[in-house]
Ligand binder design. Structure first.
Ligand code: GN1
Ligand code: MG
Length: 358
């Protein structure tokens, strides 16, 4: 979208000062994100086009985010922290709405946190430890949030639902790719029962539902220059689920010695050192409040979420690449293979992972 159109959209929001410049930020797979500079120059902002093909009810999603951030703000203030740096601050439109609808797309805005740093890879155990603490604290601050939350994406980490989608994708075979994927399909099928067994504990309440971020990859955490976690961003998928999702997804992201879409599978494995550090950081904040069953299944959640990610990348490839943004035609297949390599590495190391968490 051109600069002038973007500026016209940005001007709907209650920023301090007229909008002077907009530039793209980051490489999210789902939304489009921009940095907005204003003439006043005192503050910068984030403007996001929310993908409403994926987030089918953007107003409900923004309502979730507004209520969760208000709750977090209360906690940060009570602890004497700086709520403009330790929580996302949504910027409403000039009419006081949480989003702007331009007739085609939904837009939302927030304050940019100055001097915050994101990391693409966890290159030190300390970073992983701090990330674990950050997510642990995020969950702890939301432990007493008791309002309902909209389910913004149906069955997001629900493998039973993912299998329904998967079975449909296979039977439709929209892109005609199924025949060439028998090996990869077997990766999924051979673990189906085991993964359903885990999810059954969420369904029958053995694993409690709590406020969960659901997308805890490293790049969704802002650090300050000293390496402390400032806040957790990208709250689009905040919902009620098992908070083990957040542990598992973080491990999938932090401990990978290669890239999520590495073409060289030799690079990909799970680093036990980073696993240990993240787990220690997380447990420092959460060990008092986890149930015995949560604790027992904490390590397994990394296998579960990584498996789910293999399934989702592969399913999108089978569907003809309609969900994730891709940079080249085989991208989703490359991602699926690289995540599968990571899953295998976790499976090999599972006994030790489990010991660390107990
Ligand atoms: C997507 O929001 P973003 O682009 O960071 C996806 C996550 C996946 C991730 C894979 C709403 O995250 O579930 O784990 O890509 N988010 C959604 O990197 O599907
Ligand atoms: Mg996201």
């Amino acid at each position: 979208m051109g600069q002038n159109n973007l500026i016209a959209i940005a001007e709907n929001f209650a920023f301090e000062g007229g909008v002077s410049k907009i530039k793209p930020l980051g490489e999210g797979f789902i939304n489009d994100t921009y940095i907005v500079t204003t003439e006043a120059g005192t503050k910068e902002y984030i403007l996001q086009r929310k993908n409403h093909y994926i987030f089918k009810d953007v107003p409900a999603m923004m309502d979730n985010i507004a209520r969760v951030t208000a709750h977090l703000r209360g906690k940060v203030e009570a602890l004497g922290g700086d709520p403009e740096r330790e929580v996302i601050t949504l910027i409403p439109t000039r009419e006081g709405a949480l989003y702007h609808y331009d007739g085609e797309n939904y837009w939302a805005a927030m304050l940019l946190i100055e001097g915050a740093v994101t990391h693409a890879v966890a290159d030190t155990p300390h970073l992983a430890y701090m990330g674990g603490r950050g997510i642990g604290r995020f969950q702890a601050m939301l432990a007493d949030f008791e309002e309902p939350l909209a389910e913004v994406i149906k069955g997001f980490h629900n493998i039973r639902w993912r299998f329904e989608q998967w079975d449909k994708a296979l039977s439709e075979d929209k892109a005609g790719r199924k025949a060439s994927l028998s090996t990869e399909i077997e990766w999924i099928e051979s673990r189906r029962e085991k993964m359903l067994g885990f999810w059954a504990m969420v369904e029958d309440g053995r694993l409690p539902r709590r406020v969960t971020h659901n997308d805890t990859k490293l790049s969704n955490i802002l650090f300050d220059k000293a390496g402390e976690v400032l806040c957790v961003i990208d709250l689009d998928t905040v919902m009620l689920s098992t908070s083990l999702n957040d542990f598992g997804d973080a491990i999938r992201s932090y401990t990978n010695t290669g890239a999520e879409d590495d073409t060289n599978l030799e690079n990909v494995s799970m680093s036990m050192e980073l696993f240990r550090s993240y787990a220690e950081g997380y447990l420092a904040e959460r060990s008092a409040t986890l149930t015995a069953t949560e604790r027992e299944w904490l390590a397994f959640s990394a296998l579960y979420i990584t498996y789910e990610q293999v399934l989702r990348f592969l399913m999108d490839y089978i569907d003809g690449d309609t969900y994730y943004k891709i940079a080249y035609p085989e991208h989703n297949l490359v991602r699926a293979r690289a995540q599968y390599k990571l899953l295998q590495s976790m499976e090999e190391q599972y006994p030790q992972m489990r010991d660390i968490c107990l």
